[in-house]
Design a protein around this ligand. Structure first.
Ligand code: GUN
Length: 281
């Protein structure tokens, strides 16, 4: 069984991105910039944002974090986004989710210029991805995709089962696999026989938020299994895949932590650089 080392893959990707930023600096005499807006002081969000900032600095991006208290008015946030939209030194804008209840998430997402939407959440980017056009792609599914391609460069005709249908993960993951000519089944909490669906799969991406849902006898030999889950349980953080059981059958499997997580942040940096390059054409 191949234990997919997301930390190593992310470090390699960051190294590539660092070289690319250095070349862009020589060519354009400026570097891509990422601005993150963080509202409130929820600890997990703060940790994510700190990691994002650290990684952005490591590859040589210009990075800025704008913090607001969780009482901030929606109007203030929307006006800040409008200002960042006009700022040439800002290539990418990310508003850390979740947001306080009084702020309309969709309004926030739709205020970000699609060309600066490094999350790939704007409906224009969602539409472009599903139509097969150039777009920002949400960072987590993009990270999963790059890990899968490392194990199996030719995905054409493979059967892929995506467990979970969220806008953040399941749906964009499906689009990426379709683009690679996989036959994709998207499953979710109401799917009748999830085990039977998974047993058909050459590739399983589990992104449903149910601890250790995917069991050892759900996975046939030679399946690549990608675990997006991060679930807090009595035994600590576990994924959506029963790791010990599945590792006995799968061809390759991502651990939690140390699998998809590190790739997500590296992909955010990649998206920022892509936005910068598109803005220079
Ligand atoms: N919160 C948790 N994951 C994400 C993400 O990918 N993007 C944003 N904006 N917020 C998040």
């Amino acid at each position: 069984m191949i234990l997919i080392d997301g930390k190593k893959a992310a470090a390699e990707l960051r190294e590539e991105l660092k070289n690319e930023v250095s070349q862009l600096k020589t060519k354009f005499n400026k570097v891509p910039g990422l601005t993150v807006i963080l509202i409130g002081d929820m600890t997990p969000s703060q940790i994510y944002v700190r990691n994002k900032e650290k990684s952005a600095n490591e590859v040589g991006l210009k990075s800025e974090v704008i913090k607001y208290p969780d009482t901030v008015e929606e109007k203030t946030v929307l006006e800040k986004i409008e200002e960042l939209n006009k700022d040439d030194t800002v290539s990418g804008i990310l508003v850390q989710l979740p947001l306080p209840k009084h702020i309309d998430k969709q309004k926030v997402i739709e205020t970000i210029l699609p060309s600066k939407d490094v999350d790939g959440f704007h409906p224009v980017n969602v539409g472009n991805l599903s139509s097969g056009y150039e777009s920002s792609v949400p960072c987590t599914p993009l990270g999963c995709y790059l890990l899968i391609k490392k194990i199996e460069p030719n995905l054409s005709g493979k059967k892929a089962v995506v467990v979970g249908r969220s806008n953040l993960n399941g749906k964009p993951m499906t689009q990426l696999l379709l683009k690679e000519n996989c036959t994709v089944t998207i499953t979710h909490s109401r799917t009748k026989d999830l085990k039977a669906e998974c047993l058909e799969a050459d590739i399983i991406v589990a992104a449903v938020g149910i601890p250790e849902l995917v069991k050892g006898d759900w996975v046939k030999k030679d399946t690549i299994v990608i675990d997006v889950g991060i679930n807090k349980t009595d035994k600590g953080i576990v994924g959506d895949v029963a790791f010990d059981e599945v590792s006995k059958n799968a061809k390759a499997l991502t651990p939690v932590p140390g699998g998809v997580g590190p790739m997500t942040i590296a992909c955010l940096l990649k998206n920022t650089i892509e936005c910068f390059k598109r803005s220079q054409i």
